[in-house]
Ligand binder design. Structure first.
Ligand code: G6P
Length: 372
């Protein structure tokens, strides 16, 4: 078993370290040197894909957060309205689905019953279905019209890490492919984004090479009772995933919030010493979101929060307000979740390990939930 763990103390730690490879393998062979997407494996008539007028992403758990990230990218690149819905909510609300709806299910195992039932329901309504899945030949891809496999390799630890990054990567590829097919005004960006995407594995490796600092923080916070996570734009699903990892592994109260929502309620939770992670958007990004999130850090700090910031390298502005800053390499704004998630995974792993918990088999959870 120790060989299977590649010398790491747990499968989860190994899988976190597999992430550069998981992303690289998911990208492999899916574009040519001219920056053109080649997703021929998607056996869906391109004409049908051109006429899709709505995308609904269906998933549960961590996979649903990959879907949330996908929404920001697909809407921006393809200009197709995209919803993300938890599979178990979807078919019980009489959703509006027809032949021009593209369903994108995301499932690591391909066996999650809630997601399978939602996909079946959508098919009955005439929708086209694409599965993003990590398990070859599993039920959801078999029952879908098309599949885009993530090549993360088997994921053993119950809490998902490398499958999550591979799912986000596959969703980006699908989004870029749809944009290419539909020839919209973001055509020119595709090549640049693809080039940035290809640089991600080496950048994840750089974060992993510097993991000690975040591990130490995780150990030092082992007695925390509650940890909050704030993010905005694609940083919002990252914040929720950071909180989910902590709930799953360390059994402590953790919540992810949209940073803009802080003033509408969550700020009331802040008291002296409350740890708050803030996923800060790039200062190079659009819409001055960086300044807005930096002011959120100031607001919670002024109320006594202990602020821990994930920011882009070179972002000096955050230093004045943060107790700890973890820097991630620069990338395209929409691709940042492939980097900003990694320190949060390492933090949860280190904190739960310091508490003496089994990080591979957390209590009450199953890797694949095959009942509704
Ligand atoms: C379970 C696992 C989660 C996972 C979710 C969805 O609850 O514990 O880690 O995110 O199922 O699984 P799937 O295989 O559909 O991605």
């Amino acid at each position: 078993e120790s060989a299977e763990k590649g010398g790491f103390p747990s499968f989860m730690e190994k899988e976190i370290h597999d992430q550069p490879d998981a992303v690289a393998k998911t990208l492999l062979g899916r574009s040519d040197i001219d920056g053109k997407l080649t997703l021929d494996e998607l056996r869906i008539d391109p004409e049908l894909l051109k006429h899709v007028d709505k995308i609904i992403v269906l998933a549960c758990g961590t996979s649903a957060y990959a879907g949330q990230v996908a929404k920001y990218a697909i809407e921006r690149w393809c200009r197709i309205a995209t919803e993300v819905e938890l599979s178990h909510e979807f078919r019980y609300r009489d959703p509006i689905v027809d032949a021009n709806t593209l369903i994108v299910s995301i499932s690591q195992s391909g066996e999650t019953m809630d997601t399978l039932m939602a996909v079946r329901y959508a098919k009955e309504q005439g929708a086209k279905t694409v599965s993003i899945c990590n398990t070859n030949g599993s039920t959801i891809p078999r029952e879908s019209d098309a599949v885009l496999y993530t090549h993360a390799g088997p994921e053993i630890a119950v809490a998902s890490t490398k499958a999550f990054l591979a799912q986000i990567t596959a969703a980006y590829l699908l989004g870029l492919y749809l944009a290419q097919l539909r020839g919209n005004k973001f055509q020119g960006e595709i090549k640049d984004i693809l080039a940035d995407l290809n640089k991600i594995p080496a950048k994840i490796q750089r974060i992993l090479d510097n993991e000690d600092q975040i591990k130490e923080l995780g150990v030092s916070m082992k007695d925390a009772k509650s940890v909050l996570f704030l993010g905005r734009h694609v940083g919002f699903p990252v914040a929720m995933e950071g909180a989910l990892k902590l709930k799953e592994l360390a059994y402590i109260h953790a919540e992810g919030f949209a940073a803009g929502e802080l003033k509408h309620g969550p700020i009331a939770l802040i008291e002296e010493g409350q740890p708050v992670f803030v996923v800060v958007p790039s200062p190079r990004g659009r819409d001055s979101l960086h300044a807005k999130v930096v002011s959120n850090i100031q607001e919670v700090r002024a109320r006594g929060a202990k602020t821990i910031v994930i920011a882009e390298e070179g972002d000096e502005a955050v230093k004045a307000y943060a107790e700890h800053v973890f820097y991630i390499p620069e990338t395209d704004t929409l691709l940042a979740p492939l980097l900003s998630t990694v320190p949060l995974q390492i933090f949860a792993l280190a904190l739960a390990s310091a508490k003496g918990y089994d990080v591979d088999q957390p209590r009450n959870l199953a890797k694949s939930v095959t009942v509704e």
